[in-house]
Design a protein around this ligand. Sequence first.
Ligand SMILES: NC(=O)c1ccc[n+]([C@@H]2O[C@H](COP(=O)([O-])OP(=O)(O)OC[C@H]3O[C@@H](n4cnc5c(N)ncnc54)[C@H](OP(=O)(O)O)[C@@H]3O)[C@@H](O)[C@H]2O)c1
Length: 285
Amino acid sequence: MSDVTVVGLGPMGSKMAETFLAAGHAVKVWNRTASKADPLVAQGAVRAASAADGELLVVSQISYQAMYDSLGEARLDGKVVVNLSSGSPDELREAARWVAGRGGTLITAGIMVPPPGIGQPGAYSFYSGPQDVLDRHRATLEALGGVTYVGADHGLAMMYYQALLLIFWTSLTSHMHAMAMLGSAGVSALEFLPFARELFTQLGGDGPMGYAKILAEEVAAGVYPGGENSLHMQAVSLGHALEALTQAGVETTVPEALLRLFERADAEGRGEEGLGTVIESIKKP
Ligand SMILES: NC(=O)c1ccc[n+]([C@@H]2O[C@H](COP(=O)([O-])OP(=O)(O)OC[C@H]3O[C@@H](n4cnc5c(N)ncnc54)[C@H](OP(=O)(O)O)[C@@H]3O)[C@@H](O)[C@H]2O)c1
C-alpha cells in the first residue's frame, strides 16, 4: 500500500489519517500543534519531519492560508498535494499556481461528509485539477470515499462542494424557521418531522413536487412556464408566510431576503412565469 502524509489533524484530518491507516497505508502525519499527532502515532502513524515530508500530501486545514503557512518555503518537486480544505474557487486556482511554482502538482477537493462519514459507504469527494495525476492516486484516495472528478479547473471541486452546501444550509435553515413558527403554536419539531421529510423526499423525486429535476430542466432550457403556479402568486404567498413568521415572533432575515428576490423578479416583468424565473434575477445582481 502506498504512502500518504496527512497535513492538518483537526477532526477531519485526524479521521482521514485513521482511515488511511485502517486501509493499510503507511501514514505520516503533520500538524501545526504537534501534540495532535500523538493519538495517531499510537495507532501506527509516523510523525512527519515537516508538512512537505512525503510524495503524496493530503491536506485538511481550516483554510488555504494554513497550507501556505505549513509548507512555507519548502520545495515540492514531483510531489502531489491533494487539498481537501475549504476556500474560494479563486483561492484554489491561485494555490495551484503556488504549488506549481515550487515544482509540485495540486489537486483540489471538496469532501462531502463530516468526520464520522469519512471512508463510510456513501462518502465521496469532488476533485479537480489534472486528471492523470488524480488517477495515479485514485486507489489511495478511495479509502476516504468515492472519487468524483469534476474537471481540470482547480476551482470546480470547491464550486460543486459549495453548491451542495448552499442547498444544505438554506433548506435546513428554512426547516428551522418552519419549526420555530409551528413551535410558537405548540407544535413540536417531531410532530412536524414527517411532513418535512416527505417534502425533502418529494423534491428529489420525479412526481409533481420533484422540483430539483423540474428546475434543472427549466434552467437548462431557459424557459420557465408559469402555468397555474405563477411566480407572482408565490411572491404574494411568501409575503403571507413572512407575516406568519412575524406573528409567531420569530426572526425573519432569510425569508425577507427571499421575498425581496421574488418581488424583484416579479417587478422585472416575469411574474407570470414560474418559480424558476427567479434564477434570471439571481444571475444579474
Ligand atoms: N468538519 C466537517 O464536518 C467538514 C466537512 C467537510 C469539509 N470540512 C473542511 O475540512 C477542513 C478541516 O476541517 P476540520 O473540521 O478538521 O477543522 P478546522 O477547524 O477547519 O481546521 C483545523 C486544522 O487547521 C489547522 N490550522 C488552522 N490554522 C492554521 C495555520 N495558520 N497554519 C497551520 N495549520 C492551521 C489546525 O491546526 P492546529 O491544530 O495547530 O490549530 C488544524 O489542524 C476545513 O476546511 C473544513 O471546511 C469540514
